[in-house]
Design a protein around this ligand. Structure first.
Ligand code: ADP
Length: 418
């Protein structure tokens, strides 16, 4: 393992893993810090934590544990991945985790760059924009857990850190590698250890990435990873086999617990040519729909790839939530999909396509999957995944509004064969 990443949430980890695989590194995503050594050979390892909104001290503890594990796997460079909207509070967790990682890894300076131009997150003069709006006017100022009320990332981060925070502006990023290296050196001489760095385009991130070759720690959104694989390739360290082969063979199923607009369209398109079983929350609650019933229905589909879905329009979701309570209902639906997937995989299903972020989390947990190799991209941001569970298991985990209308059909074909 060459590059070790620590991500503060699950979907952020997938996004980063996908970026690294596309950049040419054989990449594995780990669900939490693995217990023993890595069971898969990879060039980039991404450890997915859930540390974004937990107490800072606990986020630091888990991040250090992940860094130690990645170090033990031989990583030369480390990436602390957080959200491109810099989701944090004046107490953390980005600052405390970044400073603790610097300390632990014996690094003296790290870049801070949440930029992700593909989704409109750009940094200019240290101010973060979402599209054409400042972060603090983008709606993020009303986020329930991490309201971002200041778009000045240097000032916001300084609230969270022990040390001063530096700034390198866009003109320097664009002035060429020597100017950029000199600017980092100047910050270092001032004793600054975290340097917020502007970027507004992928080309800026590529230039920045090239200048970070010798840095032990890099911090940022998945955009900052765009330029990192090239450094390893340039050093002759990449084998050139970046995408995991989708070797899963066997029956497939599609499970959708997402109620997003995209998922509703995707389910509609899939149902035109495949059998489907709609899961009505009322039937789950009164016990008239069970895992047994759904599994029996699937077994009767004779070679077709069926979809089981609780995907519903906002009005039905709101009504069901009113009747049963939002959290209770979500837990019931997730529990159903988790139990169903376990039953199906235990009885021979080898390809599973999932719609929904929370639903995906529940399914991965139910299957006891601790690592996934990243394969070809199915649709932007959603790669084919290969996990090991009594042989290769093909997975596609799609959160919320990701994927084109024909996503499910495409995903079934891309994650393995019948
Ligand atoms: P997304 O990625 O689109 O947000 P998630 O799976 O993360 O999808 O979240 C959807 C949540 O809604 C899950 O907790 C799921 O259990 C719940 N849910 C799914 N179907 C229904 C439904 N018909 N009514 C109410 N809640 C539902």
């Amino acid at each position: 393992m060459l590059l070790g990443a620590i991500a503060d949430d699950f979907t952020g980890a997938s996004d980063l893993a996908n970026t690294l695989a596309k950049g040419g590194m054989a990449t594995t995503q780990f669900v939490g810090v693995p217990k023993g050594g890595a069971t898969t050979d990879c060039e980039a390892g991404v450890v997915a934590l859930k540390t974004r909104s937990i107490p800072a001290a606990e986020a630091v503890r888990q991040s250090i544990e992940a860094a130690d594990w990645l170090k033990a796997q031989g990583c030369e460079q480390f990436l602390f991945k957080y959200c491109s909207t810099f989701d944090s509070t004046p107490k953390g967790n980005i600052g405390p985790v970044a400073e603790a990682l610097l300390e632990r890894l014996g690094a003296d300076l790290a870049v801070v760059c949440p930029v992700f131009p593909a989704t409109g997150r750009r940094l200019y003069m240290g101010h973060l924009f979402v599209g054409e709006k400042l972060l603090s006017e983008s709606g993020m100022e009303k986020h329930p857990l991490t309201p971002m009320t200041d778009p000045n990332i240097r000032r916001w981060l300084r609230l969270q850190t022990k040390g001063e925070v530096g700034l390198i502006t866009l003109d320097t990023v664009r002035a060429g590698p020597e100017a950029l290296a000199d600017a980092f050196e100047a910050e270092r001489k001032k004793g600054v250890r975290l340097v917020v760095t502007d970027a507004v385009a992928d080309s800026d991130l590529m230039a920045l990435g090239a200048s970070l070759a010798g840095y032990r720690l890099v911090t940022g959104g998945s955009g900052v990873a765009l330029g990192l694989p090239e450094n390893f390739r340039h050093a002759g360290k990449l084998a050139g086999k970046s995408k995991a082969k989708t070797v899963a063979r066997g029956p497939a199923v599609v499970l959708s617990g997402s109620c997003s607009t995209a998922s509703q369209r995707q389910v509609g398109v899939y149902l035109k040519s495949h059998p489907g079983l709609a899961i009505d929350p009322h039937e789950l609650m009164d016990g008239s729909m069970t895992i047994d019933k759904a599994a029996t229905w699937i077994a009767g589909q004779n070679g077709a790839v069926p979809i089981v879905y609780s995907t519903a329009d906002p009005a039905s979701v709101a009504k069901a939530q009113q009747n049963f309570g939002r959290a209770e209902l979500a837990a019931k639906v997730e529990h159903f999909f988790a139990g169903l997937v376990k039953r199906l995989v235990d009885s021979g299903v080898r390809r599973v396509v999932v719609g929904g972020g929370e639903t995906s989390g529940a399914i991965v947990e139910a299957l006891g999957i601790t690592s996934m190799s990243i394969g070809e991209e199915i649709d932007p941001g959603v790669p084919a995944l290969v996990a090991e569970r009594n042989g290769p298991l093909g997975l596609a985990l799609k959160s919320g509004n990701f994927g084109n209308d024909d996503f499910f059909e495409k995903a079934v074909e891309r994650i393995g064969t019948a």
